[in-house]
Write a protein that binds this ligand. Structure first.
Ligand code: 5GP
Ligand code: MN
Length: 318
């Protein structure tokens, strides 16, 4: 795909990503936004997205994001990144109203919801895909490179996860040639935690439960605890990955309460369990080794339901 050819001539272009935007979502949305503002100076280009976490304030133009989408905005072209339209929140209505829609994503559970789709399930990140669809690399600059680099490091765990391919490292090599301080970017956006984030992490680890003979681990943070620490959902990022690296653990489950009898569930796998399949069964989605869903029921119901699906896959493998 050459994104410029797809949007050429449009007077208005909207860009959005999924709710609770993560690093790849913010990086790909902002990277594409900064590029399209340069490539299509005549067009009105707008980002409609939930407010990103403060760590992303280093990205140029982040304050220009429209965080209060009403769904009434009408665009000639609307682009959904890092998700299908069902995860865009209010912006889904703008997607449905637009004359032309484009969907760029790397989630295996997304079959493409646009008039034009660029879905590459094997790709490390949507940010890597944005680098690919910008054919005219002469318009790239340090700020676009920085945004896309943030997306790649977040979705690969700083080039650690198995989704890191030679193409990912080549793209990253091109991006750092623009000369931003990538060491600081990695430290400030990926590794640095606030005191509160570390306290909740500690508490979640302390209260975690091993099951299935040590092959699975689960932990949960309820609303009361979140309120006590004044924590936002993004303060819980990284907990599930820390649970997963427990020796012997194949599959980690972390959930936090979003409502009465409702939890946001995160799943991580070492590779033997396809957690995208597990999440999809419960109405969510994601990747083979990292997936999520919103589930209803008590903590115990949810763990039981997830365990059934995980155990089934483990039995099939034996
Ligand atoms: P996380 O556990 O970090 O929230 O998400 C892990 C992966 O699964 C991410 O790629 C995320 O986009 C995806 N994911 C998380 N929750 C959902 C969901 O409810 N539906 C879908 N389709 N994907 C999800
Ligand atoms: Mn992503």
């Amino acid at each position: 795909m050459n994104i410029y050819n797809e949007v050429k001539g449009a007077a208005s272009i909207g860009i959005s990503g999924h709710e609770r935007p993560d690093g790849d979502c913010v990086g790909s949305v902002m990277g594409l936004y900064l590029y399209l503002k340069k490539a299509c100076p005549e067009a009105r280009v707008q980002v409609l997205l939930e407010k990103p976490a403060d760590i992303f304030s280093c990205i140029q133009g982040i304050e220009e994001i429209h965080t209060n989408c009403t769904g009434d905005e009408v665009f000639d072209v609307f682009i959904a990144l890092d998700a299908a339209k069902d995860r865009l929140g209010q912006a889904k209505e703008c997607f449905d109203k637009a004359a032309k829609t484009i969907n760029i994503d790397h989630h295996v559970t997304n079959s493409g919801c646009g008039d034009v789709n660029y879905i590459v399930p094997g790709a490390s990140s949507t940010s890597e895909l944005i680098y690919d669809v910008i054919e005219d690399k002469t318009l790239l600059d340090q700020e676009i490179a920085k945004a896309l680099y943030i997306g790649i490091i977040h979705d690969t765990g700083v080039f650690q996860y198995s989704n890191t391919a030679p193409s990912t490292l080549r793209t990253a090599a091109e991006l750092i040639s623009y000369g931003f301080d990538f060491t600081e970017l990695i430290e400030k956006t990926f590794y640095e935690k606030t005191y509160i984030q570390n306290q909740i992490l500690g508490r979640a680890l302390l209260e975690s439960i091993l099951f299935m003979e040590g092959k699975c681990v689960v932990s949960m943070v309820d609303k009361k605890t979140m309120n006590f620490y004044r924590a936002q959902p993004h303060d819980l990022d990284g907990i599930v990955s820390q649970l997963r690296v427990t020796k012997g653990v194949e599959c980690a489950i972390f959930m936090y309460q979003t409502n009465t009898l409702e939890y946001k569930v995160s799943l991580r796998s070492g590779g033997s369990v396809d957690v995208a399949k597990v999440a999809e069964f419960f109405g969510g989605g994601g990747h083979t080794r990292a997936a999520g869903a919103t589930m209803r029921g008590t903590f115990h119901d949810i763990v039981n339901n997830l365990s059934d699906r995980i155990a089934e896959q483990m039995r099939e493998k034996q």
